[in-house]
Design a protein around this ligand. Structure first.
Ligand code: NAI
Ligand code: 15L
Length: 258
């Protein structure tokens, strides 16, 4: 059975994937800064701690790297958890001979991409980070590229839109990644052959999508969900997306104003 290190296992997506990945045949080694509720044998360490990260990576077949700060923060905090932490993870992966990483990148790596240009936005659109947080995801993608070319450590970087149990806003009718589709995509990213470093957009099959899913589908991802199922309730609550609003004009929405 494939043993996968899941960093950020106590977080929102980690909690969802701890339920959704084992049915695909994975055994998980969960890790986070502190305890992971319901997982007494989870590893607790800071991703910037090189020795602890090396120990956590030893013996696994692959890593799903969700750990880190998931919103905007000070540069110092982002540098510690997301830049130093991701570097330490890749160094451990290289040293321990692990061959595959799935990296949780973000739409905020390309958040300043305008939505009035060519749609859908492709997965090879150039980096346009909207925050220090987005910048750290650009760093992570570039680090993955370096380690693929130099050391043969393969990575699929998932530019995740908005992964929550349900979409929460009119913007998320475009950016939602359902938990079940997230698990489908992570499974595809763990099993597709010869990925080198591949960047894919990571959303469900949303009617209002802004993003091209062709590279994700090429890995074997077949999304089954569509945020449109929630449109009536969301739009009754919030109204339609104002075309002048930052959520309608820029991919990263309000992160561009933080
Ligand atoms: P979250 O904030 O709920 O979980 C992140 C986890 O990482 C937390 O449990 C936290 O304790 C842990 N962590 C933070 N700093 C750490 C450190 N220095 N060492 C060890 N662990 C550390 O985030 P969520 O929503 O589960 O997201 C998971 C990943 O996916 C993050 O990398 C996030 O940037 C990315 N992502 C999430 C999106 C979403 O819609 N939820 C969208 C785009 C990207
Ligand atoms: C992200 O990268 C964040 O981690 C998440 O909390 C959401 O805000 C998401 O992007 C989004 O853009 O909806």
């Amino acid at each position: 059975m494939t043993l996968v290190l899941l960093t950020g296992a106590a977080g929102g997506i980690g909690t969802l994937l701890r339920e959704l990945l084992p049915p695909y045949g994975y055994r998980l080694r969960s890790a986070d800064l502190g305890p992971v509720p319901g997982v007494p044998d989870a590893l607790a360490f800071d991703l910037a701690d090189a020795d602890a990260v090396r120990e956590a990576v030893r013996g696994v077949d692959a890593v799903v790297h969700l750990g880190g700060i998931s919103l905007e923060d000070t540069f110092a905090n982002i540098a510690h958890s997301n830049i130093e932490g991701t570097y330490r993870l890749y160094e451990a992966v290289r040293a321990e001979g692990v061959r595959r990483v799935v990296f949780a990148s973000s739409n905020h790596a390309v958040g300043f991409t305008p939505l009035d240009g060519d749609l859908p936005v492709r997965a090879d659109t150039p980096p346009r980070p909207d925050t220090y947080y987005g910048l750290s995801k650009v760093f992570g993608e570039s680090l993955a590229s370096l380690y693929a070319d130099k050391y043969g450590v393969e990575t699929v970087s998932l530019r995740i839109g908005s992964c929550f149990p349900e979409p929460r806003s009119p913007r998320m009718l475009s950016t939602w990644l359902s938990p079940a589709d997230c698990a489908r995509l992570v499974h595809a990213a763990l099993t597709a052959p010869d990925v080198g470093h591949t960047v894919v957009n990571a959303i469900s099959a949303n009617t209002r999508a802004w993003w091209d899913l062709a590279p994700a589908r090429a890995l074997g991802y077949e999304p089954q969900d569509d945020a449109e199922a929630y449109a009536e309730r969301i739009l009754a609550e919030h109204g339609e997306l104002d075309p002048e609003s930052v959520d309608a004009r820029l991919l990263g929405g309000h992160f561009t104003t933080l």
